[in-house]
Design a protein around this ligand. Sequence first.
Ligand SMILES: C[S@@+](CC[C@H](N)C(=O)[O-])C[C@H]1O[C@@H](n2cnc3c(N)ncnc32)[C@H](O)[C@@H]1O
Length: 239
Amino acid sequence: MTQYDQFAPFYDHVVGPRDSIGKLLQRLVKRYNPRAKTLLELGCGSGSMLAILSRRYKSVGIDNSKGMLKIARKKAPKAKLLHGDITSLDLADRFDAIVCPFDTINHVTSFAKWRKVFETAHRHLNSGGVFIFDVNTEHKMEEYRTDPITADVENDVVSMVQIKRRRRFHYDVILKIFRRRAGSDFTLNEMVLPELVVPTPIILRELAKYFRKVTLVDPDRRRPSPYTEELFFVCRDPR
Ligand SMILES: C[S@@+](CC[C@H](N)C(=O)[O-])C[C@H]1O[C@@H](n2cnc3c(N)ncnc32)[C@H](O)[C@@H]1O
């Protein structure tokens, strides 16, 4: 059982709709591998991205949370879903596009394991394939840390998110979710999701071992800046 199994029933409620990220991924895949027909999502979660991407691509999703996969099965019935670890994946298939969106890689809490994710993506790509992932930047984590609690009320669920820094680059995302049982009675579910942030030059140095070209994309501005919150890496031309 992972922390995400506990989070699964609330995940979509807490993160909200993210169609814009699905559409951005679709645009990036189309631009950098226009011939792509097959796609793998690493850390597919509750299937929000696959619900969009599997309309166009023959898609496979992998996640190590059975609870998240159960929801994904309903939301993305066309995708093939597998229970597994993105740091030690070994599939017989190769893909034209591999995506790992919505800061999934930040949830992998050692850089040695990020290397395994890059190596896994590289090994599962067809020639001409594209690997796209995004990260939460240190700027984003620090910004949310200094503006600590966001509360969200919707129907019978109230969620609070707080970010704490354990040491530089290591954060805990603390989720407190209250669900109404009856009247004014709520039950509390508390989860801690550790996240690792890695500076962009270190990520780029590692990616250069596997890919000849990497393009950085900030979905909120023309080019990445010190204020970038979410940074996409579009990796191609596998070595
Ligand atoms: C932030 S969610 C993103 C989910 C999905 N990509 C989306 O856009 O909604 C991160 C997901 O990665 C999964 N995950 C984290 N570490 C993993 C690992 N080592 N192997 C497989 N899945 C992992 C979690 O279970 C969770 O579903």
